[in-house]
Design a binder for this molecule. Structure first.
Ligand code: PXP
Length: 243
């Protein structure tokens, strides 16, 4: 059964909209754990638009499940990861003008810099995940660079606007999972997954974790975060492979 990683960045986005101290993403991490999250995910962006430096050691202190830090390969951010030791770092592409992470990291184009970041993180005992598109050469390169995990970008599926495009995206994910498993990688998925679209992706055998943020936080406004996490976990249980 795949487990659920809850991305808490959007709580911090609301806080930063007023540059105040509420709502606190550290409280969100506690609530999400009480609701059954198996992993808490946050992204310390270079522009600090949501999670800020103060949050990182506090999250490290209160998160008892897996703590996953999404990050770019900038030296400054790698140094913060090394100082705070999340259980896992998920390396993502980052562009200042984007609304959210749009697509996967090009591990082939940036192989040298990515490889250096992975080496430093792994030497510190931090597991490394590559957020990539479900492409054979990117998956194989990730394994070569020392990643233990790939998180396959599910945005191609989530944003598909025809049935044919959706089916093609699902097929790409299925074959991506198979290739990654053959390379000995653990496989996660994330981006754009919602209560309405998660079923067919959750049903793909071989995913061990999904990282979901925006949709859970949107629901939490109305039902509370613990309940929103419980409802998403129930969907993973309902649609996930049965053994
Ligand atoms: N996984 C990664 C690597 C991401 O960058 C994001 C977006 O922050 C997510 C998962 C969660 O995406 P969403 O907020 O669309 O659920």
């Amino acid at each position: 059964m795949p487990t659920l990683g809850v991305n808490i960045d959007h709580i911090a986005t609301v806080r930063q909209a007023r540059r105040t101290d509420e709502p606190d993403p550290v409280w969100a991490a506690v609530e999400a754990q009480l609701g059954g999250a198996a992993c808490i995910t946050f992204h310390l962006r270079e522009d600090r638009r949501h999670i800020i430096d103060r949050d990182v050691p506090l999250l490290r202190g209160v998160v008892n499940v897996k703590l996953n830090m999404e990050m770019s390969i900038a030296d400054e951010i790698v140094n913060i990861a090394l100082a705070n030791k999340p259980d896992q770092c998920c390396l993502v592409p980052e562009r200042r003008e984007e609304v959210t992470t749009e697509g996967g990291l090009d591990v082939i184009r940036h192989a040298d810099r990515v490889g250096r970041a992975v080496k430093r993180l792994r030497e510190a005992g931090i597991a490394c995940s590559a957020f990539i598109e479900p492409l054979q050469d990117h998956i194989q390169k990730s394994a070569e660079l020392g990643f233990q995990v790939v998180e396959l970008w599910t945005g191609g599926y989530a944003h598909a606007d025809t049935h044919a495009a959706r089916d093609a995206a699902l097929e790409k994910l299925r074959s991506g999972v198979a290739i990654a498993r053959d390379c000995g990688l653990e496989v996660h998925g994330g981006h754009g997954l919602t209560y309405r679209n998660v079923g067919p992706v959750a049903a793909i055998r071989g995913f061990s974790e999904f990282n979901i943020g925006h949709s859970i936080m949107a629901r939490a406004f109305f039902v509370g975060l613990q309940e929103a996490v419980r409802e998403m976990n129930a969907l993973l249980l309902r649609f996930g492979p049965k053994e």
